[in-house]
Design a protein around this ligand. Structure first.
Ligand code: FPP
Length: 266
């Protein structure tokens, strides 16, 4: 019952293919090589470039990358400074390239805690790529799925578009959550495939709402080593899976449909 109240839009082929990635393992990649963690993050930025380049040819229409969680702000200030600088450089360097390839870039997450140069880089990159009609690239910085759901609930309650009943809350929350995450009111598709590199198997407060029916793919590969082939392998694995969204497997449905009356309950 809960499921039918809260599930908003099961994916169909027309809604595109949304891949989300938790890019983990930069620090371990560096430490294993006797390098500072910053070197791992720099190598991680190169992996981001490879993946963004490879994704459209694999049919990805939305790519969401988890670059920094709200909880990551507790990391040492020096590491955060490195990351913020890296994000700003990436956005400056890639805005033109993304625009040239029709990629529309946006940042999800809080902006008010980010340094001013990064905020300007975000605004510039979003403006520069705003007319892209190809893949949507979303980068999550200072992002927390729980916080965004709570804020969406608060927004829905304040807006009082409809009485807050268990039936109305789901769609209102989804609409408010989607509206909060992008610069446009267009709703974002649910996540189809969620990849996590670095060997851990958890969601770490990433897209909890949108990943309700995501297929999960965990790989021990450290993010800086993640290649276009790794992405293609994860997508191929995804294509083998049967997605049921709570329904019966399709083979069983076919058997049920063709069975003699009364056989289905046997
Ligand atoms: C997690 O690995 C990674 C991060 C907190 C930062 C992610 C940043 C990048 C991939 C670099 C550039 C990104 C963009 C968008 C240009 P970790 O450092 O926690 O690794 P560990 O678990 O091995 O310590």
């Amino acid at each position: 019952m809960l499921q039918s109240t809260f599930r908003i839009s099961p994916r169909d082929d027309e809604s595109g293919f949304h891949v989300a990635v938790i890019m983990d393992g930069n620090g371990r990649w560096a430490t294993r090589r006797g390098l500072p963690r910053a070197a791992g993050h720099r190598a991680g930025a190169l992996a981001v470039r490879r993946i963004v380049q490879a994704a459209p040819a694999l049919g990805v229409t939305t790519l969401t990358l988890f670059a920094l969680s709200g909880d990551n702000l507790q990391r040492p200030p020096a590491e955060l400074r490195t990351l913020f600088r890296l994000f700003a450089h990436y956005l400056h360097d890639e805005a033109d390239r993304c625009a040239a390839h029709g990629i529309r870039l946006s940042i999800i997450g809080r902006r008010d805690r980010l340094p001013a140069p990064l905020q300007s880089a975000i605004e510039h990159a979003e403006r520069r790529t705003a007319h892209g009609t190809g893949m949507r690239l979303r980068i999550a910085i200072d992002y927390s799925a729980r916080a965004s759901i709570l804020q969406a609930a608060e927004r829905a309650a304040r807006a009082r578009l409809a009485p807050l009943t268990s039936e109305s809350l789901g769609p209102q929350l989804a609409a408010a959550n989607h509206a909060m995450q992008g610069t446009t009111p267009q709703p974002w598709p649910d996540v189809d495939l969620l990849i996590r590199s670095g060997g851990e198997q958890r969601l770490s407060d990433f897209l909890l709402w949108e990943a309700a029916y995501a297929e999960l793919f965990f790989t021990p590969r450290m993010w800086p080593d993640f290649s276009a082939d790794d992405l293609a392998g994860a997508v191929a694995d995804f294509r083998q899976r049967e997605r049921r969204f709570g329904r019966l497997p399709s083979a069983e449905l076919r058997a049920t449909a063709t069975a003699a009356p009364g056989a289905a309950s046997a």
